[in-house]
Write a protein that binds this ligand. Structure first.
Ligand code: JFZ
Length: 407
């Protein structure tokens, strides 16, 4: 079988986008203790299922979510269509365990979101869990023998996923990516990726495939992702086996410490931390997918909204140094990172300087002019074979990011 990748058009917008919103939203949001609550608290599947009887997000408003993302300077949204609890947050014929059929809400929020995204020029990706804690044909916990879980109808599970993925790709307008997760739970099983990936690209060649398997990219994948780590770092221990390949990169991180809504979690990241993560990702040539976990009523909590709006204000001023740039042109430095667009380099000083100058090594192109981004006054510099020295005496540093433009 020939494994094709997504069309270049899809890859191009993805690399230009640089900033997206991750959304974890499902039945678990009701319990307000994160998306792993069923597993962590050993809630029996048949009891957990009762949550559907009262999942009724009356305050959900696709317009509000899309405006929030847009105002924050985000170019795409990646939302959970089905998480490990197995509940489908969209209208599907493959199982009645879905938001339209088994909740009093009876509507499909992902369709509303997809239509709104299309209208507003925001791309939409669906998170899709390979792992399912409840379906008998998945057989969670069963031993894997000869690449299939024992005592299950594994083919039935694979077909179920194919049916759902076909629905997601053919029925929802503007969908441009699938974000797989759960591989790590069964690294030895036969996931039939060859069939699944070619199905996706055959149905829509624009759709990008990414898989949170924490390994070097598999054939047919279009981007490589990192969870809670900048590419090349491994602070979480999840990213150890991730060799960085040639594909576009994405890294995801939470706005507090949780993916799904968590009422106990007050560990809100500051605006500065979020901006630093975004700049550090761009400097390493990666998109930043920033997660929020909406509440069960469909609202996004005010702490997140405030932060996102402030990040958006920064992006309105400085987005030019982030969107459509390339990173890894020059290795990350102690003081920060460099992004590049055409023949313009942006040195982002994130961590302050010891001396009254900044040294940018390994610059190949001839530099003719240096100034602060957004300020035309020229700054003194000296170009040497080993790099460029930019002199910054009496400079007032921006507490978040001082951006020096070189061309
Ligand atoms: C996964 C999910 O389990 C989690 O709920 C969330 O959706 C996140 C974005 O992705 O989290 C993982 C995935 C892999 C590992 C750890 C957490 N891992 O390999 O250790």
């Amino acid at each position: 079988m020939i494994m094709k990748q997504a069309s270049p058009e899809g890859l191009k917008w993805f690399q230009e986008a640089r900033f997206g919103m991750f959304i974890h939203w499902g039945l678990y949001s009701l319990l307000a203790r994160g998306e792993w609550v069923m597993h962590n608290e050993k809630i029996p599947y048949n009891n957990y299922k009762k949550l559907a009887d009262f999942f009724n997000p009356q305050e959900f408003n696709a317009k509000e979510w899309v405006q929030l993302a847009k105002n924050a300077g985000m170019k795409y949204i990646t939302i959970t269509s089905r998480h490990h609890d197995g509940f489908s947050m969209f209208n599907t014929a493959a199982t009645p365990y879905n938001i339209v059929q088994s909740t009093p809400y009876h509507k499909d929020p992902l369709m509303e979101l997809a239509k709104e995204c299309e209208k507003e020029g925001i791309e939409l990706h669906f998170y899709y869990s390979l792992l399912d804690w409840g379906r008998p044909d998945y057989g969670f916990g069963n031993p894997i023998v000869n690449h299939v879980p024992e005592n299950t109808d594994w083919n039935s599970y694979i077909n179920f996923m194919k049916t759902q993925l076909t629905e997601l790709i053919t029925k929802y307008p503007n969908i441009s990516g699938i974000w797989f997760d759960g591989h790590w739970e069964r690294p030895k099983v036969n996931w039939h990726y060859d069939e699944i990936y070619s199905l996706i690209h055959r149905l829509n060649s624009k759709v990008l495939i990414g898989n949170n398997h924490h390994l070097a990219p598999f054939k047919g994948e279009d981007f490589q992702m990192f969870e809670k780590d900048l590419p090349g770092e491994n602070t979480t221990g999840f990213s150890g086996q991730s060799k960085i390949g040639d594909l576009p990169l994405e890294t995801c991180e939470t706005i507090n410490n949780s993916w799904g809504f968590n009422i106990n979690d007050n560990h809100y990241k500051s605006v500065k931390q979020i901006i630093h993560y975004l700049v550090n990702a761009a400097g390493r040539n990666a998109n930043f997918l920033l997660n929020v976990g909406p509440m069960p009523n469909g609202k996004i909590q005010s702490e997140f909204v405030d932060t996102l709006n402030k990040v958006g204000e920064w992006m309105k001023k400085y987005g030019e140094t982030i969107y459509d740039t390339r990173g890894n042109v020059i290795a990350p430095q102690q003081w920060g990172v460099i992004t590049q667009k055409g023949n313009v380099l942006y040195a982002h000083i994130l961590n302050g300087l010891k001396d009254a100058y900044v040294f940018i090594p390994d610059i190949k192109q001839k530099i003719s002019r240096v100034n602060l981004f957004g300020n035309s006054a020229e700054i003194k510099f000296k170009q040497q074979p080993e790099g460029v020295f930019v002199y910054l005496p009496n400079m007032i540093f921006d507490n978040v990011d001082t951006i020096i433009q070189l061309q």
